[in-house]
Every structure is written in structure tokens, then in C-alpha cells.
Ligand binder design. Structure first.
Ligand SMILES: NC(=O)c1ccc[n+]([C@@H]2O[C@H](COP(=O)([O-])OP(=O)(O)OC[C@H]3O[C@@H](n4cnc5c(N)ncnc54)[C@H](O)[C@@H]3O)[C@@H](O)[C@H]2O)c1
Length: 332
């Protein structure tokens, strides 16, 4: 089974590559990645010598290169995780988000269509549903109401995938995971950022009241969900992947401080992010019907994640700039 993992040098992509190689004896994986600031070969360390693993540097917006790589590699499945992913960056500078998440998804769909790729799995997000406040969790057919340039660009990519199924019968499946956490996550994101600031005894800024609710899913559970969608899902369908684990940002920060035995007095409340969504949560009936369940309990997953960062300073030390130590922006 040949996989092409676009964005495989990022957080979820690198975890997925390791998962595919260990879970599928016959898996061969080619990572296609632009290596932006968030994509790092360090995330794939240890795989270089594996004959089942290959890396090609490339941009998903580059249709010609994509077609060349797909024609020569002939993947059975393409998984698209290539994206700009940081909400705060999208507010400061939306252009790269539109380019990669919209135009790049389009280029990938076109390449898959021209070259008759047997299956494309596109990774979308729970953020496409927007802020649900006190309302019921979003189902796959709930309306899209994205709030940030990031989530709007992800919604556009998701809709293009749906259109390519409807119009061309391109064999595409969409997964919409909730917030992932685990090893190799870039320290601009909430959990690694809080861990590393706490390790350095730095103040931990929290947006607004910290009462915003997110649903947390361990990245290993995401990898298993994607595998289940690949094996038992249907073309043209979208699958929510919830963690069934809603937590306020404040709860997340406090849990990390407790694990590290650091005082809660490190917490600082700062002005809220513009357009900040108060809550995301999703129903998971469709993926549950395929037999998937999250397996990593929240506190165990969080402890393991904290431990990974404590043991892998080689990985994060080069990423900490002066602004990491001085900035009072919550993440990024
Ligand atoms: N992390 C989460 O909590 C979460 C939750 C839901 C959905 N998602 C989605 O999952 C996917 C992966 O997220 P992540 O957290 O691993 O992201 P990440 O930022 O860690 O990694 C993104 C990867 O994509 C690569 N990339 C960016 N632009 C590219 C381009 N034009 N061409 C080729 N490669 C490019 C980067 O180099 C990087 O390796 C994204 O689509 C994201 O929207 C993430």
C-alpha cells in the first residue's frame, strides 16, 4: 500500500507517518512537504534509513511538481495534511492561508483527478462549524460558519473536496478532527507553549477569561480514526473525529501546571483574541458507527505529552526565539 502524505513533516503528519509504517506491514510512505516553519525533518528523525520511507520537498500549490511525483510514485492513497494552521498567524497575515489551504487543496484535487488517484483523504477541522456557544455539538451536515481567516480557508478547502466528489466523482473522503495534542507539536500551539513556558517558570498568558471550550483528541487517536476512515469509510463522505473531551483553556493550563508541579500564580489573563470562538464540539456518530473509539484518556495523554517535551529538548530548544521568552501573546 503506497501512501503519499502531503504535510507529513508537520505535527499530525509526522505522527501519521510513524503510525502507518508501524500499523501496516506493507505500507510505503512518501512525504511531500514544503517545509515551512512548522514542517521539520526533525519531526521525521529515525525514519531516514527506512526503505519504506521517502521524502520529497514540494509545495501543494505547484500542480506540475505534484503531477510529476504522483505519476512516478503512483500512490494508492493521498492524505492531505499540508496547511497553514495557526489561527493567530492567519489574523496577522491571511494570504499564505488562502494560498495553501484553498489554492493548494484545489491543485491537489486537480492532480488527483487528472491522474486517477484511487483515494484522497483530506484533513479538515472542527473549526469549519464556527462558534457553537451553548448549542448542540456539530454534526457533519451542520452549516459552516468559520470565524477566522484560518477556519474560512479550511472551510473553502473542505467545500472544494465536496464539489469534486459531486461533480467529478473524485474518490475523496474528509475527516474533521478536533484539537489534537501529542509529541512534535510546534510550540506556538496551546499545549506545548504552556508546557515550555512553565518549564522556564515564565508567566503563562491566557486569552480573555480562559473559559473558551475546546475538545481535545490525542494524535494517536486521530491516526487510528484516519485509518478507520480509509478502510471502512465511503467516498464523498465527511467524518467528524471528536475527542469527547471538552475542556476550558483554563482547565488545560491548570492541568499542565499540576503535572509539572508549577504554581497557578504563573497564569496571566490578557486581552482576548479578535473573533475568538467560545466553544467547539462535534457529534461523532458516523465515525463511531465505523467502529472507532478514542483510546487515550485525557490525563494520561497529557502526562505522556508533557513527558515527551521534558525528554526531547533537542527537538524544541532551537525553536525558542527571543520572543518566546518576552512575548505576552498567549500562543504565537
Ligand atoms: N493540530 C490540530 O489541532 C488540528 C485540528 C484539526 C485539524 N487540523 C488540520 O490537520 C492538518 C495538520 O495540522 P498540523 O497541526 O499537523 O499542522 P502543522 O502546522 O504542524 O503542519 C503543517 C505541515 O504542512 C506543511 N505545509 C504547509 N504549507 C504547505 C504547502 N503549501 N505545500 C506542502 N506542504 C505544506 C508544513 O511544512 C507542515 O509540515 C491541517 O490541515 C490542519 O488544518 C489540525
Amino acid at each position: 500500500m503506497r501512501f503519499l502524505v502531503a504535510g507529513g513533516a508537520g505535527f499530525m503528519g509526522s505522527n501519521l507517518v510513524r503510525y502507518l509504517i508501524s500499523a501496516h506491514e506493507d505500507a510505503e510512505v512518501l512525504v511531500y512537504d514544503k517545509l515551512t516553519y512548522a514542517g521539520r525533518l526533525e519531526n521525521l528523525r529515525g525514519l531516514e534509513g527506512d526503505p519504506r520511507f521517502r521524502f520529497e520537498r514540494g509545495d501543494i500549490c505547484d500542480g506540475e511538481q505534484l503531477c510529476r511525483v504522483i505519476s512516478s510514485y503512483r500512490p494508492d492513497v493521498i492524505v492531505n495534511l499540508a496547511a497553514e494552521t495557526h489561527v493567530d498567524r492567519s489574523i496577522r497575515d491571511p494570504e499564505p492561508f488562502i494560498r495553501t489551504n484553498v489554492v493548494g487543496t484545489f491543485a491537489l484535487l486537480e492532480a488527483a483527478r487528472k491522474l486517477d488517484v484511487p483515494l484522497l483523504i483530506h484533513v479538515s477541522t472542527d473549526e469549519v462549524y464556527g462558534d457553537i456557544g451553548d448549542g448542540p455539538p456539530s454534526a457533519e451536515d451542520s452549516p459552516f460558519k468559520p470565524s477566522s481567516p484560518y477556519s474560512a480557508s479550511k472551510a473553502a478547502g473542505d467545500l472544494l473536496c465536496q464539489a469534486y466528489w459531486r461533480t467529478y466523482r473524485l474518490p475523496v473522503r474528509i475527516v474533521r478532527p478536533s484539537n489534537n495534542y501529542g509529541p512534535y507539536q510546534y510550540p506556538e500551539k496551546l499545549i506545548p507553549r504552556v508546557i515550555l513556558r512553565a518549564v522556564h517558570n515564565l508567566p503563562i498568558p491566557i486569552y480573555g477569561s480562559g473559559r473558551q471550550v475546546r475538545d481535545w483528541l490525542h494524535v494517536e487517536d486521530f491516526c487510528r480514526a484516519l485509518d478507520v476512515v480509509m478502510k471502512r469509510g465511503s467516498n464523498g463522505e465527511a467524518y467528524n473525529v471528536p475527542g469527547f473531551n471538552e475542556r476550558t483553556n483554563l482547565e488545560v493550563v491548570e492541568a499542565i501546571l499540576d503535572i509539572l508541579d508549577k504554581p497557578r500564580s504563573l497564569i496571566r489573563f490578557v486581552a482576548d483574541r479578535p473573533g475568538h470562538d467560545t466553544r467547539y464540539a462535534m457529534k461523532g456518530d458516523k465515525i463511531l458507527a465505523l467502529g472507532w473509539r478514542p483510546q487515550v484518556p485525557w490525563l494520561e495523554g497529557l502526562r505522556r505529552t508533557v513527558q515527551w517535551y521534558l525528554e526531547n529538548e533537542w527537538w524544541w530548544r532551537p525553536l525558542l526565539s527571543d520572543s518566546f521568552f518576552s512575548s505576552d501573546i498567549p500562543w504565537g
